[in-house]
Design a protein around this ligand. Structure first.
Ligand SMILES: Nc1ncnc2c1ncn2[C@@H]1O[C@H](COP(=O)(O)OP(=O)(O)OP(=O)(O)O)[C@@H](O)[C@H]1O
Length: 412
């Protein structure tokens, strides 16, 4: 009798494809021996954080680079090593990783950091989820930081999404302004937008001294190496020989993006498993690429209002039916008006459509560029999709009203 004979037959207890799928989860933090090609960047982050090991204030640091270039990984990995080294000398370092795409207000950021560092038994204070004003959350944060840590490292991912950069000024000057007395705070800001510091307010720009670091995309060979070091996510012999090189090549097409490479590999395994295949082969990888791109795009536009989807759909139709890739606001607006009419939506003004296009540009769904030196960015901007139109369409048509309209247009 096998070990599984008495188990509920409704479920599966073996996984013929994955030995440990968690190694491919985006939140998984690989050990230093699985990190490829980032020695210099790791050293630079270590240099900035080094004072923390002795309980002193680290240097603040901004890290820039395209998506999937290891910015969060290196920040988290080095921070953890700092924490462990500091601990050997009895120095308490804690860190808070905040995704500013999800939490972008001053109060929510302060509250989250306070909740992470606070130990009520040591500090004698609590950090309630709601009910305090921003000023009170700050007060409790300073108390929690002073009473529970020697150094707090605050990692702000997608820092360009911050609603108000005042929080950077207050955190970075907490020691100087005597908000905290026995501890210190270091900030690591992470962004895909290299020009992000230009958009900081003058107050913050002048007060926040920092180091800056740029992460370049990986080449296909580095992506192969990154994937090879996660091969043990699969059972021996499950991956066909060409799977890792093909995955790396596909992920390197736009820019060498390790997140995409890992996502494709994981999705390829899942697709193989779903098909009850005992091996992952090149076709699974190709299907996985499409799924990965659609999932990502879906994540970007999830939560966008239907009007924004109608505008994106207008841009998609224009792109599909033309050799051009970029379209002026006016042309997109005319196409949108037609679509909105067919969908029986209220037709928005051209100015509002322009604003929505700018928002989508900000969210990296499309790219908008101002042409020439025309007045106001609105009327003179041109916009293009950043993703393949067939993928964009596939995702947009998950909205049933757009799907019906698309079907009707094609059959007419
Ligand atoms: N040098 C590397 N070695 C091993 N794995 C890596 C490396 N760089 C990135 N990865 C893996 O790729 C994925 C994406 O990395 P990470 O989240 O750090 O990228 P990022 O630059 O912060 O991207 P984003 O801007 O999209 O947040 C993670 O699963 C990470 O473990």
């Amino acid at each position: 009798m096998s070990a599984n004979d008495d188990r509920d037959p409704l479920f599966r207890y073996d996984d013929p494809v994955f030995a440990d799928e968690r190694l491919l989860e985006i939140t998984h933090l690989p050990g230093p021996d699985r990190i490829v090609g980032r020695d210099d960047q790791m050293q630079r982050v270590a240099d900035a954080l080094n004072p923390a090991i002795f309980g002193s204030e680290p240097n603040h640091l901004f890290i820039f680079g395209k998506t999937g270039t290891g910015k969060s990984l290196i920040s988290r990995s080095v921070t953890k090593r700092v924490i462990s080294e500091a601990g050997r000398d009895g120095v308490t370092v804690k860190y808070a990783f905040i995704d500013c795409g999800e939490q972008n207000t001053e109060a929510s950021i302060i509250k989250t950091i306070a909740q992470i560092v606070n130990e009520p038994s040591a500090s004698g204070i609590s950090i309630p989820d709601r009910g305090l004003g921003t000023g009170d959350y700050y007060k409790r944060l300073w108390q929690a930081v002073d009473r529970c840590t020697d150094v707090t490292i605050v990692i702000l991912d997608e820092i360009d999404m911050l609603e108000d950069d005042e929080v950077l000024r207050k955190l970075s000057r907490a020691g100087e302004n005597r908000r905290i007395s026995t501890s210190s705070i270091g900030i690591i800001g992470i962004s895909n937008k290299i020009d992000f510091p230009d958009h900081l307010s003058e107050r913050v720009k002048s007060s926040l001294s920092r180091d800056e670091l740029v992460f370049s995309p990986y080449d296909a060979n580095q992506l192969v190496e990154i994937l090879e070091k996660r091969r043990d996510a699969f059972h021996d012999g499950v991956l066909a020989d060409d799977v890792i090189p093909l995955t790396a090549a596909l992920a390197a097409q736009e820019h060498g993006d390790a997140r995409k490479a890992i996502d494709i590999l994981r999705n390829a395994g899942r697709i193989a498993k779903k098909q009850n295949a005992s091996r992952v082969v090149a076709d699974h990888v190709r299907d996985a690429k499409e799924k990965t791109e659609a999932d990502r795009f879906n994540e970007l536009i999830e939560g966008s209002p239907q009007q924004a989807k109608a505008i994106l759909y207008a841009l998609t139709l224009l792109t599909e039916n033309s050799t051009q890739k970029e379209f002026p606001t006016k042309i997109i607006y005319n196409q949108y008006k037609e679509i909105a009419g067919q969908l029986e939506f209220d037709v928005l003004s051209e100015r509002r459509v322009q604003e929505i296009l700018q928002e989508q540009n900000f969210l990296n769904v499309i790219q908008s560029e101002r042409e020439g030196r025309g007045r106001g960015r609105g009327a003179h901007a041109k916009h293009r999709l950043l993703e393949n139109p067939s993928i964009v369409k596939k995702v947009l048509l998950r909205d049933s009203r757009l799907a019906v309209l698309d079907e009707a247009t094609r059959s007419s």
